[in-house]
Design a protein around this ligand. Sequence first.
Ligand code: ARG
Length: 580
Amino acid sequence: MNILKLLEDRVIKALMAAGAPEDTPTMVRQSARANFGDYQCNAVMAAAKKMGLKPRDLAQKVEENLDLEGIAEKTEIAGPGFINIYLKPEWLAAKLQEALKDDRTGVASVTTPETVVVDYSAPNVAKEMHIGHIRSTIIGDATARTLEFLGHKVIRQNHLGDWGTQFGMLIAHLEELEQDSQEAEAMELASMETFYKAAKKRFDDDEEFATKARKYVVELQSGNEHCLKLWKKLVDITLSHNQEVYERLNVSLTPSDVMGESAYNDSLPTIIKELDNKGLLSEDQGAKVVFLDEFKNKDGDPMGVIIKKSGGGFLYSTTDLAALRHRTHSLNADRVLYYVDARQGQHFNQIFTIARKVGFVNEDTRTEHHAFGMMLGKDGKPFKTRAGTTIKLVDLLDEAEERAARLIATKASDLSEEQKVKVIKAVAMGSVKYADLSKNRTSDYVFDWDTMLAFEGNTAPYLLYAYTRVKSIFRKAGVSESDLAGNILIEEPTERDLALKLNRFSETIEQAAREGTPHVLCSYLYDLSGAFMSFYENCPVNKEGVSDPVKNSRLQLCALTAHILKTGLDLMGIETVEQM
Ligand code: ARG
């Protein structure tokens, strides 16, 4: 049940009945404070101004027309013309009871599903996935899962960096290794970073090698089989390394989601032709360029985006145009989301603008760059190893597991070794993911082991622990969740607060899916856990003297809390444990 949407529907009707202009936004929000009600409508002030009325007079008219029979216990006009809405506890309880019977916890599927292409992860071949790709992978995956849960058709696209001039030196070096020694080859390829560096060194140090590398680029691009075979080997090894990381992190990408840059090779000449047909291409020092009036360079002239280099080579931009054309025309996307760091903002703005002009996207296709900031070390500088090199994702995950193991060892527990291993893995992977997901993606964020692995605050350990707490109540009560019956009774303030929060799951994930902002979901789950803890302190469940109907009601609140926590964490690919 999406309460926000329901209230918006009722408010717009009331606004219309009160004579407000048709385009008046409803501006219904969750109230920031309990004395402003549960929800607030802030639409009246602007509408009254347009209508030449006193805001409070219009507010009164809207309030009179606002039909919340059975839903709200009262409404009131506050300040200059806010309308505060107080929901009925019985109504909240009835909605919870519906949610409890539903395995989607009352979250409806969308009525008009969209096809959403999500471009995320996109690491580069022959390079180890490093922390620069972690944010894209983790945030993109959470959004893909959330959209899918809401009933949209999600097409994941892993835009692998598998093409470009660097492949000349890489395949030339691989060829040498193959000829020299199998052992050396296996060793270098085990770490793509080592392999890449060795190839680069050969290229820089040996002119003959460099010449061969340049020749191989051309041969590779013209489809030479020997070169393609070497190239394919590098792609496959990279993909299998990456797949291990995805699986470890419980990221839902599979090899079939890979649609690398090379996949668009054949369509690049068509891109040029279509741009040319629309009269968008100019010749500039031998290169083919699109000049955009929308973007000015430092001299105030229209900015040029190179589509084809003077030597004939295509660029990152050309491939992205081809990808967008494919996503619109072949994948029929209604929406295309890009999880790529903020520094590529201008690149995407240009691509989107060109694609619209040439018709590679339809008028109503939404193209959105969901940018994110950098991952910083505690010193506020880009996150690096002590030696100043970029941190490999695999090493980061290993360290997370070591730290989680130490953390869990400090807790008294009666878990078996096998259970402990599960807990450590859930805490480790959950913490790394959650630390990233819980921050507003647009800002840079400081990577800090101590805060992400703490049991207090908006962290994975806190949420995982809260979930196990709820589960333990059932074990103590000796009842199974499926046996619960009877009415939910909302009497205590903490019960009411928990009931309200539980009812907000739906509107929260809709917001997260709309904006591609998993941190909204994280804050919600954190608040929900907080509301649960207060409820549990004030409203005993298993204590003697609690009457059966009350116990039953409270157990139902517990059951729904557990179900929502688990569903919410699932949407981020974070695994829960039953005990810790
Ligand atoms: N491979 C690129 C990089 O590592 C990211 C690609 C993002 N996606 C895209 N369609 N350009 O920076």
